[in-house]
Design a protein around this ligand. Sequence first.
Ligand SMILES: [Cu+2]
Length: 103
Amino acid sequence: MVPKRHLWIALALTVSAAPVKAETIQVTIDKLVFSPATVEAKVGDTIEWVNMDVFAHTATVKGGWEVTIPPKKSASLTLQKAETVDYFCRFHPNMKGRLVVAP
Ligand SMILES: [Cu+2]
C-alpha cells in the first residue's frame, strides 16, 4: 500500500501542472469609460473591448499597439507578453485603462 501522505503529494503536483486555459476578458466601453478600468490577465489571454457607445474609440498604448473599436462593435487583442501597460483612447484622452499581464 502507498502511504496516504504520498498520495496527497501526487495529487497536489497533478493540480499545479494542469495547463492554464487562456481566457477572454471583456472590457465594456460605455459613456466614455473603460470598465473595468484595470484588468489582470495572463499571456495568451484575449482582451475584448465591447463598445456600447455610438462613436468609435481606441485602446492605444503610447509607442505600442492600438486597437480601434467601432461604434456598437467589439474588437480584441491577444496578449503576447508579460507587462503592465496603460492605454487610453486616441479620440478621448481622458479615457484610460490599464492591463496587468502576468506570465
Ligand atoms: Cu474614445
